[in-house]
Write a protein that binds this ligand. Sequence first.
Ligand SMILES: C[S@@+](CC[C@H](N)C(=O)[O-])C[C@H]1O[C@@H](n2cnc3c(N)ncnc32)[C@H](O)[C@@H]1O
Length: 190
Amino acid sequence: MIIFITYLFNWLAFLILLFVLCLLLLWMWSNIRAKVPFVGIPNSVLPDIEEALALKEGSVVYDLGCGDARVLFYLAKNNPKLKYIGIENSPFPFVIASVLSLWNKKINNINVEIIKKDFFDVDLSNATHIFTYLYPNIMDDLLPKFDKELKTGTRIVSASFHFTGKREIALIDLKRGKYQLGKLLYVYEF
Ligand SMILES: C[S@@+](CC[C@H](N)C(=O)[O-])C[C@H]1O[C@@H](n2cnc3c(N)ncnc32)[C@H](O)[C@@H]1O
């Protein structure tokens, strides 16, 4: 009996190790391929993001490059009646966000849709609010798409990175430490 339990335990430990190794490989592969690595916005700035977005009844909220979709889950928890869509093209964060989405739907009745796609290929014409935490050059690449597709009044909140060709309507200094991420929020209206 003891031999059997030891045998079973060894197999279980091996399977867990294999699973962790697969996740690690997926994470490495995702970051090697991505132009923007998956770095989640610090949880402590989520209330500031919610305030800057100024959501209202009927809002349709996108996170372009949603990572693990922490921003959308946070917003959806506080404003459950709105529509939330996370776009992510990298396999590792997409898997994490999708699992969390299923979990939150079942356990907390929170609805966040996660789509595996390049956000340049997603029609954003129904967006009322967009959150981004990307890179400067990607912001500038997105500007013509936003100018073409977004309806008047769509609000963008970008953590840390701004458009060089468009003036923000507000710049929020989150007063974070020198080595902390997510120091500034740029707010735009189209
Ligand atoms: C810095 S992380 C931000 C994650 C999340 N928005 C947050 O604030 O916690 C940027 C994410 O954008 C994703 N990304 C970059 N370019 C993308 C693209 N063209 N289409 C979809 N996702 C993209 C990356 O895979 C990465 O997960």
